[in-house]
Design a protein around this ligand. Structure first.
Ligand SMILES: Nc1ncnc2c1ncn2[C@@H]1O[C@H](COP(=O)(O)OP(=O)(O)OP(=O)(O)O)[C@@H](O)[C@H]1O
Length: 301
């Protein structure tokens, strides 16, 4: 539904995003991860039609985004720092959104009021706390009934109850009316909880784009011990071992590939300990970044 093809975006002659292609399915929640300065905000703003691509194209259901205001109006971009007009309350901002966004739903705005009950409707938004301002921007965004909601680190400043609330609202909107969400965050637990697809960026490039389940199925953490240490060399030559650490007589391996193949190779050497340990998205992220040349110190979580 959203197709990014060969996108390159420069700032001052430097590439912030380089020849990046990406596909986001309708109704999906796509998590964008990456190192600082990887180009996530630049990519999100270009998808939203705020920046113009220097090369490549971005389409929403086949229609170019940047050139067409009616396509842009189907998307809402929430920045990490919410912006409101000076001296406005949420009620006044709602009037502004109503005038601008054709799909604004007064009914949805009223329905969502209990979820954002802590926001005083008459209070000036700039006097609210950072987290409350984020709540206000989420309330306004969801009331626009966007087809695509693009969120640049929006949840990170919310308290745990509100985070759960907002996540539930996102699940509801994607399930009931197939809203598509693209969300960037450094909080990998949130991404793991929320997203069905993930992309990992580093230095302007997309290293990985996969279904979260496939990404998890492709990397494994194995705890193993052999009576004969020489077997370890054989293992490393037969499997794609991306990391290995000794803990006493036990070795911890991070290995990419199919789990059945991994089991088969290990079983030949009859280890007396062989456990497959659960791997978090945070660990997968760290090892993917290491693979891409990011200076990752050995970290097993
Ligand atoms: N408006 C701008 N003018 C000049 N350079 C920019 C601008 N916006 C981003 N950049 C540069 O583009 C690169 C990518 O920045 P971007 O903000 O997209 O990264 P990011 O992945 O969102 O980073 P972070 O995780 O730190 O927020 C960086 O080198 C940054 O300095």
């Amino acid at each position: 539904m959203i197709e990014v093809k060969g996108l390159t975006k420069y700032f001052d002659g430097e590439k912030a995003v380089e020849n990046l292609s990406l596909h986001v399915h309708k109704g999906s929640i796509f998590g964008l991860l990456g190192s600082n300065g990887a180009g996530k905000t630049t990519l999100l703003k270009t998808i939203a039609g705020i920046y113009r691509a220097d090369q490549g194209e971005i389409t929403l259901e086949g229609q170019g985004v940047y050139e067409q205001p009616e396509v842009k109006n189907r998307m809402i971009f929430l920045a990490d720092q919410p912006y409101f007009f000076p001296q406005t309350s949420i009620k006044q901002m709602a009037s502004f959104y109503r005038a601008i966004y054709p799909h604004w739903s007064e009914e949805r705005f009223q329905q969502l009021a209990p979820a954002f009950a802590s926001i005083d409707m008459k209070r000036k938004l700039h006097r609210l706390s950072k987290g409350m301002q984020r709540q206000a921007s989420m309330w306004l965004a969801l009331s626009c009934k966007p087809d695509v909601l693009i969120l640049d680190e929006p949840i990170d400043g919310l308290d745990p109850v509100m985070r759960r609330q907002v996540k539930n609202l996102l699940f509801q909107e994607t399930a009931e009316r197939e809203m598509t969400v693209i969300i960037s965050s450094h909080n990998l637990r949130e991404i793991e909880d929320l997203c069905d697809h993930v992309g990992i960026m580093h230095k302007g490039k997309l290293l990985v784009e996969k279904e979260l389940d496939d990404l998890k199925a492709d990397t494994h953490k194995i705890q193993v011990a052999f009576r004969d240490e020489r077997h370890e060399h054989a293992i490393s030559s037969l499997l794609d071992v991306v990391y290995k650490e000794e803990r006493g007589s036990v070795g911890i391996y991070i290995i990419k590939g199919e789990i059945e193949r991994i089991k088969e190779v290990f079983s030949v050497y009859t280890p007396y300990v062989f456990d497959i340990l659960p791997m978090t998205l945070e660990e997968i992220f760290i090892y993917e970044m290491g693979d891409a040349g990011y200076d990752v110190q050995p970290i097993l979580l």
